[in-house]
Design a protein around this ligand. Structure first.
Ligand code: NCD
Ligand code: ZN
Length: 347
């Protein structure tokens, strides 16, 4: 049995860092594990200009601990009226992608796209520039069951979009279903997908399980919501299959604990402090630790056309207890698995 594993320094291709004082807590957690991260633009107000992305990047960089190498890769938030011209400015500013949130799909998505047709000119400019479109792939129509939102998005939105933009680079973010795995497997080299550690490790029962029976666990609530076991198995198979189309995106999404443990709790799992430990556990569970490096450290960089990292990290098979919480502005932030024992540890 493998006792330690050393990997090329991984990258996180889907991360929420928030802003202001929150950066002081969360940036060091991601920087301790990852060389780079794609930073999601769903602030309030969202990041919709190259200038705002550069200013946000400077605030993130200022929160990286001294002596630590961590490069935030910036994104713009697609709205119904993001001008096509902004894409040129974004390329020049080093912005790496544009994120599409269907309006109302998730945390801070009210400025999101109401109708894809309104974004045509901007998508054309992106296709021309080789700028990837990152998709939160869920429909938001209330008659669609929340557990079906991703599969319905693929049928109703993604297949027509791909037909109209055959060479637009698209990343289907945080995929959660067998249907998404099948779509990405059948797609060409312009399509990739990120996978979170929590969707590889847990099915939807995790949201409704107490210490001795039933219970409601808000820290397992995220969007897209955890799915059935057969979907989890399909995701794990895809991540560990050796296919270069699948890569790591933690979707670590911090919310103050009291805003999750509430009558109307926020969606998002905070996994940054335990991300690589959770991915190692997931890959180990199917005897695929040898596939972890390509998934975590190579496939995403290759898809984005960026160099692979040069440093390394090491994980060890050793139990440890995840901290209960971290100080987060004036509140507390609880990581997924807080107070629980994990089998792998970063050393
Ligand atoms: C994310 C957040 O909190 O910003 N929440 C989540 O449940 N994943 C938004 C998102 O990625 O959907
Ligand atoms: Zn996200």
């Amino acid at each position: 049995m493998m006792q330690t594993i050393t990997l090329t320094r991984p990258d996180d291709w889907h991360l929420h860092l928030r802003d202001g004082v929150a950066l002081q807590t969360v940036v060091p957690h991601s920087a301790a594990q990852f060389g780079r991260a794609i930073v999601m633009p769903n602030l309030q107000p969202p990041i919709t200009t190259a200038a705002a992305a550069l200013a946000y990047r400077a605030r993130i960089r200022a929160a990286v601990p001294p002596g630590v190498q961590f490069e935030p890769l910036m994104t713009l938030y697609l709205t119904d009226n993001l001008p096509a011209d902004e894409i040129k400015r974004a390329v020049e500013a080093g912005v790496v992608a544009v994120k599409l949130y269907p309006a109302g799909a998730t945390t801070h998505s009210d400025a999101g796209v109401t109708d894809l047709r309104k974004t045509w000119k901007t998508l054309e400019a992106m296709q021309r520039a080789g700028m990837p479109l990152l998709l939160h792939g869920e429909v938001t129509t209330p008659e669609v069951d929340i557990f079906d939102r991703e599969a319905v998005f693929i049928e109703r939105q993604l297949i027509p979009l791909r037909h109209d933009f055959p060479e637009l680079k698209i990343v289907l973010e945080h995929i959660t279903t067998r249907e998404a795995v099948q779509y990405v497997n059948a797609a060409d080299r312009f399509t990739g997908a990120t996978l979170t550690a929590h969707h590889l490790l847990f099915n939807r029962n995790a949201i409704f399980t107490g210490a001795s029976g039933a219970g409601l666990r808000p820290h397992y609530f995220c969007l897209p919501v955890l799915k059935r076991e057969m979907h989890r198995q399909a995701l794990l198979q895809a991540a560990s299959s050796g296919s270069a189309k699948f890569f790591l995106g933690s979707d670590s999404a911090p919310h103050a604990a009291h805003l999750k443990e509430s009558a109307v709790g926020c969606a998002g799992c905070y996994t940054a402090p335990v991300a690589m430990e959770l991915y190692a556990q997931a890959f180990d569970s199917v005897g695929a630790l040898d596939q972890l490096e390509a998934f975590a450290s190579f496939n995403g960089a290759d898809f984005y056309g960026l160099p692979r990292n040069s440093g390394h990290i090491t994980l060890k098979r050793e139990t440890w207890v995840v901290p209960e919480s971290f100080a987060y502005d004036e509140a507390l932030l609880k990581p997924l698995r807080s107070g629980e024992t994990l089998p792998w540890r970063m050393v």
